[in-house]
Design a protein around this ligand. Structure first.
Ligand code: SF4
Length: 244
């Protein structure tokens, strides 16, 4: 028996094969980014979940449900040294989610993400994008501060990442921006450095994801601001295209 043609599947296969073909052509940098975003848009449309922040069956905001499940988390040893668990903040309907690495000292004190000097720079970057901070959702891979701001350990990421995934699926933003090596590597399951990952869109569960440098890195290396601005402009363009 001949199977009925499925236009949705055909469209998905067409975009995938087109994106794959262009992906192999390193000469077509800009076109490649465009096609990856097109692929993300089609995959997102074809695998459309319920609208972001649609209340769950019990009427509860899905993001609040994630927070409730996380609770007074003791799933890794970081709970012993934290002052506050930093879940994340911003709009549950955000079109853009920004994911950093982990809370620092100021964030640990206040229980809010990106409120230290790097956070102030992030707020300026968001503002330069024409957005208000409260319109965006901001969170980290780890919800608790590693002592002395040391690098996140694999077991800590393994324990905490499921909650980041649930946050992203609850919000289902149009674009994700991963700040710094750990956020980008965790979300993309890559070992490549941020200098290699940044600068073009990747796909995270059908959502376009732009890796770029962490604002804390920019404070130490102001020369990298130009590259971040290039990345951020691509994010702005993608958001505008998604709104059309
Ligand atoms: S870092 Fe994440 S997994 Fe570890 S205690 Fe904090 S919330 Fe729990």
């Amino acid at each position: 028996m001949i199977a009925e043609p499925n236009p949705r599947e055909e469209l998905r296969d067409l975009v995938r094969s087109l994106a794959e073909r262009v992906r192999t052509d390193g000469e077509l940098g800009r076109t490649r980014s465009y096609l990856i975003r097109a692929q993300c848009a089609v995959e997102a449309a074809l695998t459309k979940r319920p609208a972001a922040a649609t209340p769950a069956g019990d009427g509860q905001d899905p993001l609040e449900s994630v927070r409730e499940v996380l609770g007074d988390c003791r799933r890794c040893l970081l709970h012993r040294t934290r002052h506050h668990l930093v879940f994340g903040e911003g709009s549950p309907q955000a079109e853009l989610v920004v994911v950093g690495e982990a809370p620092g000292a100021e964030e640990d004190t206040q229980g809010r993400p990106f409120v230290g000097s790097a956070g102030q720079l992030l707020t300026k970057i968001i503002s330069a994008m024409g957005l208000r901070r409260e319109e965006v959702y901001i969170c980290n891979v780890l919800k608790c501060r590693p002592p002395e701001n040391r690098d996140p350990q694999p077991d800590e990421i393994a324990a905490c990442e499921p909650f980041l995934i649930r946050q992203l699926l609850a919000i289902r933003p149009r674009v994700i921006c991963a700040l710094g090596t750990f956020a980008a590597q965790t979300l993309l399951k890559s070992e490549a450095p941020i200098s290699v990952l940044r600068g073009r869109f990747r796909s995270y569960q059908g959502i376009p994801l732009m890796p770029t440098y962490h604002p804390a890195y920019l404070l130490r290396n102001p020369g990298a601001k130009k590259q971040v601005w290039e990345d951020v402009q691509m994010v702005m363009q993608a958001l505008q295209e998604e709104r059309r």
